[in-house]
Write a protein that binds this ligand. Sequence first.
Ligand code: NAD
Length: 257
Amino acid sequence: MKSVIVTGSTSGIGLAIATAFAGSGANVILNGFGEAGEIEAVRARLDGLGEGRVLYHPADMTRPEEIADLIGTAAEEFGGPDILVNNAGIQHVERIEDFPVDQWDRIIAINLSSSFHTIRAAVPHMKRKGWGRIVNVASAHGLVASPFKSAYVAAKHGIMGLTKTVALEIAENGITANAICPGYVLTPLVEKQIPDTARARGISETEVKNDVMLKLQPTKEFVAVEEVAAIAMFLASDAAKSINGTHISVDGGWTAQ
Ligand code: NAD
């Protein structure tokens, strides 16, 4: 039975990925912020989906020592993580000259450095087993930029470089490292940035959805969280064992332009 860690899985894409793995019978460690009662309800629901056990670990992705404890918990409970999904992420939308320094630091810590900390602690367990899968949830913004998202775009481009470097280091150990690059997925992260983008660009919230977000997405539809989860499941499967150091875009054609 495989054991899966999904960072930032109390909401949005991470929750969909954790749900898919729990449904497939894997052991899953949930992580992320939220109200304790709601998190426990999600944990209990996912625990009932398959054969595996579903646990929750509260590690804050800005804190390396808590991240080490998250991987340590997977080792103690499940003999180490077989599949690591680095998904936790936040956004801040503001002009570069007004961009708050603490938001820059926080986004780099959560969207980039946390994956360094999880991967460096998880790889020894995967090497010992001779099998592992690292799936980094990057973004179309790992490939192209948009204005007012300096920290996010920098972090997501960074995660693409980290993915490729790790892929080369672990290629002979039965481990793969890949990224998923979603376009706009309607989750709390996106819903929260609609008013900020409206303010930064001086337009209405409806115009942000139609003329900024979906303008870039040729399908003119938001991606569903389940579509991203399906790609994570595929990358974690044996069928994807030769896919290494690359990315799969789920962006309706955005980055084809
Ligand atoms: P979301 O806001 O719905 O979920 C983010 C998750 O990360 C939550 O569980 C939250 O509690 C957790 N999190 C935030 N800060 C954390 C911290 N310090 N420590 C631990 N957990 C923390 O967002 P989402 O849209 O599901 O985004 C998930 C990932 O997908 C992010 O990396 C995001 O950049 C990426 N992504 C999202 C979109 C999109 O359109 N929604 C597009 C491309 C990529």
